[in-house]
Ligand binder design. Structure first.
Ligand code: ADP
Length: 244
């Protein structure tokens, strides 16, 4: 579904990605993990075409992402960021419906889809008339997920969607998100810096460091057979944090 080859990306003097190859199959849930600044968000933003690589290619469903097809392909991808990224001057309903209106969907199918998504994300009807500032952090992320799913995309890209939430809200949303991923069977790429969360969501963790993929595999593979010293240190630092 997503194929990245030889990706290099720099921002001025900063090398964000230094030669990344990655294949993500249809229906798979993959977690990108690694320390802050290792290039996880940059990789996700390349997948949805918000930025372009300096060299290398990104293919979505066999097609190279390029200016002529990027808008059409982006409609097949839902994107959720840590802060939710909702427009503050629009109600939750208007945020969720925005893209559907833009592509010319009629009111009736939009309302039907909103009802389905409320049920899926466990949100009550009355939040729809609220503005983002009137929502809790967890509700904002659920509305953001509704918006990402509105056009029934093939792929969901989530950039630290739970990073700003307190532990109980986070645990609730983790559980609901995992159930939603399983129920929908979409291709999911989720970014986190938290190993416990990564393990909860997927059998396939892609660990990055300094703009490169250092190891891919399950939590147990990373734990039991780290490919290098960095992997061992990353895993043990996270386990130490969990134990505190
Ligand atoms: P992560 O998501 O793993 O924390 P990022 O992909 O956000 O890492 O960033 C990778 C590196 O690229 C970091 O050093 C970051 O500061 C830099 N970077 C990312 N985006 C930009 C940008 N738009 N301008 C300048 N530097 C950037």
């Amino acid at each position: 579904m997503l194929t990245l080859r030889g990706i290099h990306k720099r921002f001025a003097d900063t090398v964000a990605l230094a030669g990344v190859d990655l294949d993500i199959a249809g229906g798979e849930t993959v977690v990108l993990i690694g320390p802050s600044g290792c290039g996880k968000s940059t990789l996700l933003r390349l997948m949805i075409g918000l930025i372009t690589p300096d060299s290398g290619s990104v293919h979505f469903d066999g097609q190279p992402l390029q200016p002529s097809n990027i808008l059409a392909l982006r409609r097949r991808m839902g994107y959720v960021i840590q802060s939710g990224g909702l427009f503050p001057h629009l109600t939750a309903r208007a945020n969720v419906a925005l893209q559907a209106r833009f592509v010319g969907l009629e009111d009736d199918p939009i309302e039907r889809r909103i009802d389905e998504l409320l049920e899926l994300t466990h949100l009550p009807q009355d939040i729809l008339e609220r503005y983002p500032v009137q929502l809790s952090g967890g509700q904002r992320q659920r509305v953001s997920l509704m918006r990402a799913l509105m056009l029934d995309p093939d792929v969901l890209l989530l950039d630290e969607p739970l990073g700003a939430l307190d532990p109980m809200i986070r645990a609730d949303l983790q559980r609901d998100l995992r159930a939603i991923f399983r129920r929908l069977g979409k291709t999911v790429v989720l970014v986190t810096h938290d190993l416990a969360e990564a393990r909860y969501f997927s059998q396939r963790l892609v660990l990055l460091n300094a703009g490169r993929i250092v190891q891919q595999g399950s939590y147990h593979q990373l734990l039991q057979s780290p490919d290098d010293d960095f992997v061992g240190r990353f895993v043990s630092a996270q386990r130490q944090e969990e134990a505190l």
